[in-house]
Design a protein around this ligand. Structure first.
Ligand code: GCB
Length: 897
């Protein structure tokens, strides 16, 4: 038996100096691996450099004194998370050069020395002392080069790295065959993950196995006892045959050896031996998801026949079984677990992908606080830190490669569906890296081989012919790992009765399938999600299905006053424009989650997405270059309201959260108040006045039609949750008049007119559709310049409108009102549109032709009528089409003087 305490000792050599090592470390070689982080002291230059007298930057004598001093992780790209392009805005894609002078310890002499890159984007070329060690293509996998021959032990060395994150679509791009070809996320450039120098004995556990650890363990049988199969790769880079003993131990969380095995063998020079060992853990403590994520370690040592240590690798082991059922979902260790979680991108404002271990830990903490039990690491391999945390915290992981939007290189004519050999080889090599490098993580349960691979074709850009490559990747995944099923995320499967020419069907290649669904956001209605899933389930009855994405944008500065419960239609602003009110994100999730929760056949659901992230193809919400579908802001400081909706359902902690806290300056004197809670009911007070208790069905507590006070309104909710008293307070301000209403049709709240009126969002409407004449450009398209509406000091007020046959029911008390209706014809000439407007049943505007009366399209037209409101039914306005749809941009209701 092996001595576990000894096995877990930190190798002495690892304690050697960090960063630029100024002097050679002394001391004898400990016989164990030495890992020297190369994080500090780099020089960086963005772009290529014309070679000087001394050669290019790869030449040791090259003068880099003018270059910036940087440390790793590093990127030169900074974008996303801002409302405006700032001075340091930098989305430049192309070359970035890095140089480092360092002195490795003299006692590395006689050892093998490896340069390890945990990730470099997108392509990397590496020179050591002017000798080219190699190149790597792909932004996400770990890779290593053998630095032994080029390295000078105990002396100054010069390491030069050229990274290149050119867009694959650029003419002659070096990334033309490197996946992904495109995607709704920015590919930050540079050495954005750690770099280190690793020294091993010439006889060592394989360092050149696609960045993998060289030791691969899986649970081969689990039946009372666990049979753990461990496959290792032992390399002999020495000159003569080496007899060794491969000793593998399974060490439990307390450090005790639970099982061990020794295998003697002789490794011929220049070869890799592949010992297989089967160890039996008698009474295994299972890795049981979030409730009990128990971890063992697999410790593999290569020793000489005399017991001298040559190399050692430690890997995580979680003993568990799992399966997916097309009707019942996911089972972990024989028990059903409803997997609910999120997708995550790895970037942050200012840092891009160059994030720290503390950032990784903070992300996981926020996700655990939300109550996830599953995580999709989209759309590529993430840093090892996050898989380690998922192991430790019991989060079930979907891991994937960045095969996104298409399966063929870009051509000027779009996707021709022809996967080039280089493209296929790159996809396969990124898959091999993903699987090899993450094989031992018990958290990972499935390998995804693609995301929305026929999106471009479905959107009319070329044709897709994805099946051949997907079939090849699927087969490769089985060969690399027969213990985990494959999956992918599909967007665009054509219905059998509605074939889409040029779009091939990709379902039923992988063992599992996820659908990315945006019902009510990009298409259809939110209520359609469940029925669409049922149809897909019926279409693929033997295929376990997940919802791999669903989500909506949520801008922190955009708000609506009332988003009618139970419908994604009335009162909701047009989502495809630049309005992404936070309240709409919340409402859509309420509607979606009710439908998802009611479908136990889904093996998992993944919100798109946990955090806002950078996407340079977007201008929408309240930020540029940002996808704002996160439950949490890009900088991780703001949990949007909808975060608490899910937390109330998923977490054991008491949740009571008043919604709308970022919509402080309220436009309407009367509004619903809402809280998310896992209490049965909650009480509300306003400025100390009790407004009574409301029940909280499905975690939503609602107090309808609350009248606000002039000035500050302190709202306090209180509840008892599991015997604990909880409360939440927010303050709103109301600076308007209690009997005035200013409605901006088709828009969110907050516009203040030149005359000082504060407009609320498009509330109180039924029927019609909200429109935005100046919507955000569609993804990837340049900004359109749209002429402003003329004849008004408030052109923005006329940019949006509601159109169709529709009405407004405005809650004002009895009295005489001046009602001003504001119009601008968006595009039609005079004669093409006419409609009537009725107020409380009486036609007040007849056959209104806005273009004719305003003198053409894009000119403001205001009409003021006086209306008597009797009783407490409020003001009813009806817009009745005569020719074409009726429309209105704004409605002002003020008492008649
Ligand atoms: C998708 C993509 C994802 C996008 C998302 C969106 O279907 O898979 O990469 O970010 O939609 O927000 O549109």
């Amino acid at each position: 038996r092996l001595n576990a305490t000894r096995l877990r000792r930190i190798p002495a050599a690892a304690a050697i100096a960090v960063g630029v090592v100024s002097g050679a470390a002394s001391g004898a070689w400990a016989g164990e691996r030495a890992d020297l982080p190369l994080g500090a002291g780099w020089r960086f230059h963005q772009g290529d450099v014309a070679p000087g007298k001394q050669g290019g930057p790869e030449a040791p004598a090259f003068n880099d004194r003018g270059w910036a001093s940087v440390s790793l992780p590093h990127t030169w790209n900074h974008l996303g998370g801002t409302a405006q392009r700032t001075a340091d805005y930098n989305a430049t894609r192309g070359a970035g050069w890095y140089r480092l002078r360092f002195t490795p310890p003299a006692n590395y002499a006689g050892r093998k020395v490896w340069l390890q890159f945990d990730g470099a984007s997108i392509n990397a070329e590496v020179w050591l002392n002017g000798v080219k060690l190699g190149a790597h293509q792909g932004a996400f996998g770990r890779f290593r080069f053998d630095a032994t021959a080029a390295l000078k032990m105990g002396k100054p060395n010069v390491l030069a790295v050229r990274t290149d994150n050119s867009s694959p679509a650029a003419a002659g791009s070096p990334t033309a065959e490197v996946i992904p070809m495109s995607g709704d996320f920015f590919l930050f450039g540079g050495l954005y993950r750690a770099v280190s120098l690793i020294a091993t004995d010439p006889v060592h556990i394989d360092m050149m196995d696609s960045g993998g650890p060289g030791v691969y363990a899986h649970t081969a049988s689990l039946d009372g006892a666990a049979g753990i199969e461990v496959d290792s790769r032992v390399t002999n880079d020495g000159a003569k045959a080496q007899p060794v003993v491969v000793k593998t131990a399974i060490v439990d969380a307390a450090g005790a050896t639970a099982a061990s095995d020794s295998q003697p063998l002789t490794v011929a020079p220049g070869t890799v031996a592949e010992p297989q060992q089967t160890l039996t853990v008698p009474n295994p403590h299972l890795w049981d998801g979030r409730s009990d994520p128990y971890l063992y370690q697999v410790v593999t040592r290569v020793e000489t026949a005399q017991g001298q240590l040559l190399d050692q690798v430690t890997q995580p082991l979680g003993i568990r079984s799992f399966r997916f059922d097309p009707d019942q979902g996911f089972f972990l260790n024989g028990k059903h677990v409803a997997l609910h979680g999120v997708s995550r991108h790895q970037d942050r404002p200012g840092k891009g992908w160059a994030i720290s271990p503390a950032d990784q830990a903070q992300d996981m903490d926020i996700m655990l606080d939300l109550g996830i039990n599953t995580l999709r690491l989209a759309h590529y391999q993430h840093d090892q830190a996050i898989y380690d945390l998922a192991d430790k915290d019991g989060v079930v992981v979907w891991a994937e490669i960045p095969l996104v939007n298409r399966t063929a290189p870009e051509t000027p004519e779009g996707d021709k569906g022809v996967t080039s050999p280089g493209f296929a080889a790159n996809a396969e090599s990124q898959l091999r890296e993903l699987i090899k490098q993450n094989y031992n993580h018990p958290s990972v349960v499935t390998w995804s081989i693609g995301n929305e691979v026929n999106l471009m074709a479905a959107a009319g850009h070329g044709v897709s012919n994805a099946r051949p490559l997907l079939t090849r990747l699927n087969q490769a995944a089985y060969e690399l790992d027969h213990t985990r099923p494959t999956t992918m995320a599909d967007c665009c499967e054509p219905w059998p009765d509605q074939p889409k020419p040029g779009v091939d069907r990709v379902a039923e290649i992988t063992d599992l399938l996820g659908y990315n669904r945006y019902q009510g956001w990009y298409y259809d209605k939110a209520e359609d999600l469940g029925p669409v899933l049922d149809r897909l389930h019926a279409l693929h009855p033997r295929l376990p299905l997940a919802v791999s994405e669903y989500g909506a944008g949520g801008a922190l500065s955009q708000h609506t006053d009332q988003v009618q419960a139970g419908t994604s239609q009335g009162g909701v602003v047009y989502p495809k424009g630049h309005f992404h009110p936070e309240e709409l994100e919340s409402r859509l999730h309420e509607i979606w989650w009710a439908q998802l929760k009611a479908r136990p056949y889904l093996w998992g659901t993944f919100i798109w997405t946990m955090f806002d992230f950078a996407s340079d193809s977007r201008t929408e919400g309240d930020m540029i270059d940002t996808n704002d579908k996160g439950l949490v802001s890009y900088d991780r400081t703001v949990k949007k309201d909808v975060f608490f909706f899910y937390k109330a359902d998923w977490s054991d902690q008491p949740v009571l959260h008043l919604n709308g806290r970022r919509y402080v300056d309220r436009a309407y004197p009367v509004t619903d108040v809402e809280a998310y809670s896992n209490a049965a009911s909650a009480r509300l007070s306003l400025n100390g006045r009790d407004l009574g208790a409301a029940a909280c069905p499905d975690h939503v507590c609602r107090w309808p039609a609350v009248h606000l006070d002039a000035g500050d309104n302190v709202l306090t909710a209180t509840a008892e949750i599991k015997g604990q008293s909880v409360s939440d307070s927010i303050t709103w301000r109301f600076a308007g008049k209690p009997d005035e209403i200013h409605i901006r049709a088709g828009a969110s709240a907050g516009l203040i007119s030149a005359a000082g009126a504060r407009y609320g969002s498009d509330a109180f409407a039924t029927g019609g559709e909200p429109h935005d004449r100046n919507p955000a450009p569609e993804q990837g398209r340049p900004d359109k310049t749209i002429p402003p509406v003329t004849g008004t000091p408030d052109p923005k007020l006329y940019e949006t409108y509601r159109a169709g046959a529709f009405g407004y029911r405005v809650p004002v008390p009895a009295g005489r009102y001046q009602v001003t209706l504001r119009f601008a014809e968006p595009m039609l000439a005079a004669g093409a549109r006419a409609f009537d407007v009725a107020a409380n049943g009486h036609v007040v505007l007849q056959h209104l032709d806005v273009a004719a009366e305003a003198g053409g399209p894009l000119a403001a037209l205001d009409r003021t009528v006086t209306v008597e409101v009797t009783g407490d039914g409020g003001l009813a306005l009806d817009f009745r089409p005569v020719t074409g749809p009726a429309l209105v941009s704004a409605i002002d209701v003020v008492p008649a003087r």
